[in-house]
Design a protein around this ligand. Structure first.
Ligand code: PEP
Ligand code: MG
Length: 314
């Protein structure tokens, strides 16, 4: 599909029969905004705010954070930007925030869990996000927390974000526990976003950085697809995004829509091809592909089954 990939996506995203599907970009900081805009992304489904914190000996100050968040919000006036609060720990340790020498850092104090030890860092970040949002009122600023495992954590994050003045609040679904509790999470949040990189890691108990185990961390694993389906069912029509690498695969993106996912966020490079793939496929075809993939026994069979449905059904 290289011919498609070179054309910018002329959104807004929708299936061939007109069901809206957000086609959004993942950005790692202000430097990524231009590429996302050029490729035609409808907005940002994952703004990884770590860039502001990595390589530092203490948290950046309020003004510095406001300026960084503001410059990303300014790139998407009329759209929305989902800002993820700091996801430190595990593969992204920070000396002032995460414990040293954890035995299992991927299962340790990471993501929202760092607020148990240093609540002040999250409070300041939420205030900086709210201030930046106030300065760019024509961009909707949504905020979400990474690495949530319980409804209590989601409720705690939501009340802190709302206290800071943010009104659209969500959590990432990166653990099987969160996927299974989706309906209960929605008692506290407005949206969820599936981080399929970590969801696959924690579902399959396979380090996402391990080469020899790459096949286990494949998002086509039927167990991962079934958890995504469970999460979307619990959402009952409320917004469920995917912001992991899975959203960048045009075939898997259609399966995700068929499972009930309402927006897809990906590296800017993938936006044109995924936007085009969704646009040429009906919701019924996406659902048939999803049904076939979820019924498979292996990741390879799931992909083959979805491909067969998409190829056969016009
Ligand atoms: C994910 O886990 O899928 C995700 C989007 O977050 P990150 O890759 O930053 O951990
Ligand atoms: Mg993650």
């Amino acid at each position: 599909e290289p011919a498609v990939a070179l054309e910018p996506f002329a959104g807004p995203g929708a299936t061939a029969d007109g069901t809206a599907v957000g086609i959004l970009a993942n950005v790692g900081g202000p430097a990524d905004v231009a590429a996302a805009v050029e490729r035609g992304a409808d907005g940002v489904g994952l703004f990884r705010t770590e860039f502001c914190f990595l390589g530092r000996t203490e948290a950046p100050g309020f003004d510095e954070q406001v300026a960084a968040y503001r410059s990303v919000l300014e790139g998407f006036r009329g759209g929305h930007v989902v800002l993820r609060t700091l996801d430190a720990g595990s593969d992204k340790p920070l000396p002032f925030l995460t414990p040293e020498h954890e035995q299992n850092p991927a299962l340790g104090v990471r993501g929202f869990r760092t607020a148990r030890l240093h609540p002040d860092v999250l409070t300041l970040q939420l205030e900086a996000i709210a201030a930046a949002a106030g300065q760019v009122p024509d961009t909707a600023a949504w905020v979400m927390a990474p690495m949530i495992a319980t409804v209590t954590e989601a409720a705690d994050f939501a009340s802190q974000a709302r206290a800071a003045g943010l009104d659209t609040v969500g959590v990432m679904v990166e653990t099987p526990a969160a996927a299974l509790m989706s309906a209960e999470l929605f008692a506290h949040v407005d949206f969820v976003s599936l981080g399929t990189n970590d969801l696959a890691q924690y579902t399959m108990a396979a380090d996402r950085l391990s080469g020899p185990l790459a096949e286990l961390g494949d998002p086509w694993q039927p167990a991962v697809l079934r958890l995504i389906a469970e999460c979307a069912t619990g959402a009952a029509g409320r917004p469920v995004g995917v912001c992991g690498e899975a959203a960048a695969d045009p075939l898997l993106a259609r399966v995700l829509v068929g499972l009930g996912v309402t927006s897809l966020s990906m590296t800017a490079r993938a936006v044109p091809a995924v936007g085009a793939a969704i646009g040429e496929t009906s919701l019924a075809q996406c659902r048939s592909a999803a049904t076939a993939a979820v019924a498979a026994t292996t990741a390879r069979e799931a992909r083959a089954a979805a491909a067969a449905v998409i190829a056969v059904e016009p």
